[in-house]
Design a protein around this ligand. Structure first.
Ligand SMILES: *Cc1c(COP(=O)(O)O)cnc(C)c1O
Ligand code: SF4
Length: 338
């Protein structure tokens, strides 16, 4: 890997990420105006907007192709009328997560690791989100409630890894993040800190030298799992952010969701793996979408998903093929389908 040291890594555009985060686009008409699309052709669903508002960071819009209703990035954020069809097998909590929620903000579902909802919000609202009905506001600990969460982790020696997850954990300030990491570091049996975030993809300006310093200085082994579904999401700024993370001590992985009309295609996933790898990211999981109300139009049949991953296996080295997984309530791990 010595040639890496010779690469000149341009820094991510220095626009302040907090400003971008406080100026998220929420108006459907404004989004379509930017993309030069006519709202009367495909009006948004008002009920979908009420249930789960539109929310998109502007750098993600910059990566969309104007004039294209089928743009794979637009489809991930557009509150379409198709959200109104909900087959009876779809529910608001298909994973029955409430059963694994012993204290506010903590899910303990699998051995040796717990998941914390460290932030009340995400920077983007992905229409396929399996937690779109999750009440983050009442499930994100305040500083005071963190006492109970930390106590729970302290009292269970089997927990080795803490996963900071959605709402997006990189949406909180460096100061808050550092406070939380310091608290976790004081728990001796923890070794690994994992961060699941879509922010490096939708708001790459968040990856600042200060953030990287936090990860480089902690005693934890840090794993960052970014969430990227399509190579078009990997803009110049995203490339720079990923390369900045890769040059730190952080292990960088990607997880995707297989989504009808967006990436349910061997060629698209092959390109995604290649593009991610050339910026230091290895594929981890590709999820079959969960049966969440409002997301039926993104569903991909299990057989079709398996076929796509089988073709990927033929065309790519093993380390560039993500595991196709599904979450089944009551299982002790995610279920690998291929
Ligand atoms: C997905 C998930 C994890 C992590 O599972 P891995 O297979 O280790 O990636 C942990 N906790 C919960 C609640 C999860 O949903
Ligand atoms: S970033 Fe993740 S948790 Fe947040 S809306 Fe998108 S899919 Fe859901």
């Amino acid at each position: 890997m010595t040639h890496k040291a010779l690469r000149i890594i341009p820094s991510v555009k220095s626009e302040d990420w907090r400003e971008i985060l406080s100026d998220l686009l929420t108006d459907p008409e404004e989004l379509l105006n930017i993309l030069r699309l006519d709202i009367s052709k495909k009006p948004p669903s008002l009920s979908a907007l009420t249930q789960f508002p539109l929310k998109v960071p502007r750098p993600f819009i910059d990566a969309m192709e104007p004039g294209n209703w089928s743009d794979p990035l637009l489809l991930q954020v557009w509150p379409s009328k198709e959200e109104e069809m909900t087959p009876s097998s779809f529910s608001t909590d298909p994973l029955q997560e409430y059963k694994f929620n012993p204290v506010a903000g903590l899910l303990h579902k699998y051995q040796a690791r717990v998941l914390l909802t460290a932030a009340p919000h995400c920077a983007v609202h992905c229409r396929y989100c399996f937690r779109r009905h999750f009440d983050y506001q009442s499930n994100t600990p305040s500083r005071k409630d963190w006492g109970d969460t930390l106590e729970y982790i302290k009292n269970d020696q089997t927990i080795k890894e803490v996963i900071l997850s959605g709402g997006d954990p990189l949406g909180i300030s460096d100061r808050q993040l550092l406070w939380l990491i310091r608290e976790l570091e004081s728990i001796d049996h923890l070794d690994i800190l994992r961060i699941h975030s879509r922010i490096p993809i939708v708001l790459p300006q968040r990856i600042t030298p200060e953030l990287i310093t936090i990860f480089d200085q902690t005693r934890f082994d840090v794993v960052m799992v970014v969430h990227c579904n399509h190579s078009q999401e990997i803009s110049e700024n995203v490339k720079n952010a990923l390369m900045t993370i890769q040059r730190s001590s952080v292990t960088l992985l990607n997880q995707s969701v297989i989504l009808a009309g967006i990436n349910d295609d061997t060629k698209i996933l092959k390109e995604l793996s290649h593009t991610l790898f050339s910026h230091g990211v290895l594929p981890y999981y590709i999820h079959l979408p969960d049966k969440v109300a409002g997301t039926a139009h993104f569903s991909v049949k299990t057989d079709k998903a398996i076929q796509i991953i089988d073709s990927l296996k033929k065309e790519l080295p093993g380390y560039l093929v993500p595991s196709l997984v599904q979450e089944k309530p009551g299982e002790s791990s995610k279920t690998r389908l291929v």
